[in-house]
Design a protein around this ligand. Structure first.
Ligand code: MF3
Ligand code: CO
Length: 261
C-alpha cells in the first residue's frame, strides 16, 4: 500500500526533514580527526531531544543508537562507538531518521574527515550527483525504474558499483513504507509515480566491487574488498514536472563551506 500524502501532511514532513537537516549540520560541526562516532551520536541525540523530536533509529528493530555512522569501507548501519576514533583521511557516512509531529524524515551524508584522497572525494561527488539525478526522475508519470536507472547509469559510467542489498523507500508515518526504491533499474519499468508519493532516495555506491557482508555486530554492512563506499539520502515528494525535495543539505553546506563538494 502506497500512501499518497495530502499537502498538509507534506508540510509536516518538510518540518521533520528541516530539523533532520539541522541535526546533520550539528554533527558536521564536530567531525574532525580524533572525534569518536559515539560523540557524534551524542550530539545528534541531544539536538533531536532538545527540539522535542524522536530519534527514530534508536530502538528500531533493536538498533542501539540515534545515528548510523559507517566509516570508509562500511556502507550503512555502522554502530556509533567510543572505540571508533575518526582519523585524517577517513570518510564517515552519517544516516539518521527522526519522527516529528507524526512524520518521519530520513537523510544521510558522507563527510570527509580532514584530507581525503582525491579518488574517494570523486566517489562522494558522483554519488551525490547520482542522488540528484534520481530525484529529477521523481515526478508524476515517470516510473520507479527511471529513478534507479538514472542513479545506476551515472555511477556505472564513472566506473563505480551500485550496492543492491539496500534500497530507498517510501516514507511517512512509517520510516519504511512501500515502494522500495532501487538504486538500479530500467527506464520505463516499475510502478507509475503519482503526485503525493513521498520517497527516501539513497544511493549507496562503491569504489570497488559491489559485494558486501554484515559484520559480527549484526548491523554494520561493509564492502568485502574494503574499498570505500558513499551514501547520500534525501526525502522527496513526487510532483508534476519537478520533485519537491523535503530534506536539505543546505545547513550542512553552511558548516562545511569550501569543503562542501
Ligand atoms: N536510513 C536508514 C534506512 O533507511 C535507517 C536505518 S535505521 C536502523 O534504512 F535503525 F535500522 F539502523
Ligand atoms: Co532510508
Amino acid at each position: 500500500m502506497i500512501y499518497l500524502k495530502t499537502n498538509e501532511e507534506v508540510e509536516r514532513m518538510r518540518k521533520s526533514n528541516d530539523l533532520l537537516g539541522r541535526t546533520l549540520a550539528e554533527v558536521a560541526k564536530v567531525i574532525r580527526p580524533g572525534v569518536t562516532t559515539a560523540q557524534l551520536d551524542k550530539v545528534a541525540y541531544e539536538f533531536i531531544m532538545d527540539h522535542h523530536a524522536i530519534p527514530a533509529c534508536l530502538g528500531y528493530e533493536g538498533y542501539p543508537a540515534t545515528l548510523c555512522t559507517s566509516v570508509n569501507e562500511q556502507v550503512v548501519h555502522g554502530i556509533p562507538s567510543d572505540k571508533v576514533i575518526l582519523k585524517d583521511g577517513d570518510i564517515v557516512s552519517v544516516d539518521t531518521c527522526i519522527l516529528l509531529d507524526g512524520f518521519h524524515s530520513d537523510s544521510a551524508y558522507t563527510f570527509p574527515v580532514g584530507e581525503v584522497k582525491p579518488e574517494t572525494l570523486q566517489l562522494m561527488k558522483t554519488t551525490k550527483e547520482a542522488l540528484y539525478k534520481g530525484i529529477e526522475e521523481a515526478q508524476t508519470g515517470h516510473r520507479l525504474g527511471d529513478i534507479g536507472f538514472a542513479i545506476q547509469n551515472h555511477c556505472e559510467k564513472a566506473g563505480y558499483s551500485v550496492i543492491r542489498e539496500f534500497v530507498g523507500h517510501g516514507i511517512g508515518k512509517e520510516m519504511h513504507e512501500a515502494p522500495e526504491v532501487c538504486n538500479y533499474g530500467r527506464r520505463g519499468n516499475g510502478i507509475v509515480l503519482k503526485s503525493g508519493m513521498t520517497l527516501a532516495i539513497e544511493p549507496m555506491i562503491a569504489l570497488g566491487k559491489r559485494s558486501i557482508l554484515i559484520e559480527e555486530d549484526g548491523w554494520t554492512a561493509r564492502m568485502i574488498d574494503r574499498k570505500p563506499a558513499a551514501h547520500y539520502e534525501l526525502s522527496v515528494c513526487v510532483r508534476d514536472g519537478k520533485a519537491d525535495i523535503l530534506s536539505t543539505f543546505e545547513y550542512i553546506k553552511q558548516v562545511l563551506g569550501e569543503h562542501y563538494i
